[in-house]
Structures are given as C-alpha cells and as structure tokens.
Design a protein around this ligand. Structure first.
Ligand code: PEP
Length: 255
C-alpha cells in the first residue's frame, strides 16, 4: 500500500515571519501523524525559518524549484545541493506556473530532475493539460509528452525517489476541481505509462498526487480513488485550518 502524501505548495507567499507562524501552527496540530507524509514547500527565503520549527518532527521540508547544475556562474539560481544543505528532502519541478510563466520545457525539467536526483533530493514532477487541450481531447497526449520529455535520460534506480503530481492547469487556483473519476482516469493512465516503461514494481510503488483546487470538502472523494495517493495543495495550504482539515479528511478516507 502506498503511504499518502499531502504537500503544501506555498508559492510566492509566506516569505518571512508569517512562514514561522503557519509552520508552527501546522506542527502543533500535526506532528504526531505518522500514517501519512506531510510536506511543506515554502519559498526559498523561508526554508530555514520553517526548518527550525519542524526539524524534530515527521513533517518533511521541500522547495518549489531549483537549477539544473549544482554550482557555478549562474547568477540568481539555486542549486539542489543548497536545498539539501538547508534541510530540504524534496523539490517540486515542472509546476505549470514554471512551464507557462517561465517557459520551462520538458527537456529543461528533465535536466533539473537529474541534477536534483544526483544531489540526493526526492522530486515531485508536475504534469497536466490546459483547458483548451482538455477540450480538444488532447489531455492524455499532452501528459504523455510531458512524461516522455522529462524521463528521457533518467537512470532507473532514481525512479523510487520520484512522485508525480497530476495538476490540470484549468483547476489550479480556479476553484474548479477535476471530477474524481476524470482525475482517476488520468492517474491510471500515468501509472500505466510507468508500468509499460519501467515495470510493475516501479509503477505499483509510484505515488501520484492530484493537484488543483483541493479543499477540505473535496479531498475525500479524490483520495479514495485507486490511483490517487495524495494531494499537492496551493491556496488551501496557506490556511492552517484548511490544511489540517485536508490532512484529517485524508486519513479518515483511507482507513
Ligand atoms: C498548485 O499550484 O499546485 C495548486 C494545486 O494550487 P491550488 O490548490 O491553489 O489550485
């Protein structure tokens, strides 16, 4: 059985003292939960603040992005090794906001994946189609090309350090959740792609998160689906009550 993972992507929010307040409230409410993995991904400048607060708990720390080299003359970039050094265990790569606002291609994301994995980080790789692609019946082709583009040069022993997040772009921050059966159909497709490419063990162990307007009210109907193993949560992870309720509802639904 795959252990559920609930990850909060704080995006460009909670950069300073508010990150301490939020992580402290989450820690106080949650640090004794062990049958679920909880991951917090603050912005870069808040990572060390959050680390100090959660360091002796089971809550995991991650970042939202990194560069594809581990050191050198790359002004303004952040190495995966630096993230590891300040307590991060995970990095989110290929988020749609990175793909579409910053022009990140599957190839570039693949390079970031290799450097992150070489450095020892775990990865959450985000994939997902835009609204017009869904409406044109292209959703599965798009997700497949995102997977194929990024997994092209990846050594097989890195695969157990990878989590995939299916995030339909039209559901991110819009309040429109993907209907659970529709999400499950894509999750099943992703797991089948892994099965064909890497075999049964890798595909059965792969965690696939859903992301897109998850709230306390809709997490239960998503998490009970066979191939949905958790959630990547944006807006609702900024509110302590919503985030905690999402975690509690997840635990209740999977038991
Ligand atoms: C996200 O950005 O990964 C996300 C899922 O955002 P939201 O929950 O706000 O839709």
């Amino acid at each position: 059985m795959r252990k559920p993972l609930i990850a909060g992507n704080w995006k460009m929010n909670m950069g300073g003292s508010d990150s301490k307040e939020l992580s402290r409230s989450i820690r106080n409410a949650l640090d004794d939960y062990t049958d679920i993995d909880i991951l917090l991904c603050p912005p870069y400048t808040a990572i060390t603040h959050v680390y100090e607060i959660i360091k002796n708990t089971s809550i995991i720390l991650g970042a939202q992005n990194c560069f594809y080299e581990s050191k050198g003359a790359f002004t303004g970039e952040i190495s995966p090794l630096f993230l590891l050094d300040i307590g991060c265990k995970y990095v989110i790569l290929g988020h749609s906001e990175r793909r579409y606002y910053f022009g990140e291609t599957a190839d570039l994301i693949g390079k970031k994946m290799i450097c992150s994995l070489d450095s020892g980080l775990n990865i959450i790789l985000c994939v997902g189609e835009k609204l017009e692609e869904r409406e044109n019946g292209e959703a599965f082709e798009i997700v497949k090309s995102q997977l194929e583009g990024s997994f092209r040069n990846l050594p097989e022993d890195y695969l157990k350090k990878i989590t995939v997040a299916y995030e339909p772009v039209w559901a991110i921050g819009t309040g429109k959740t993907c209907e659970p059966n529709m999400a499950e159909e894509m999750h099943h497709f992703i797991r089948s792609w892994f099965k064909v490419k890497f075999g049964d063990i890798i595909s059965n162990n792969l965690r696939i998160l859903y992301g897109g307007s998850i709230k306390p009210e809709n997490i239960s109907s998503l998490i009970v689906k066979e191939d949905i193993d958790g959630g990547l949560i944006g807006g609702a992870s900024l509110n302590v009550d919503s985030f905690i309720q999402i975690i509690k509802n997840t635990i209740k639904a999977v038991h």
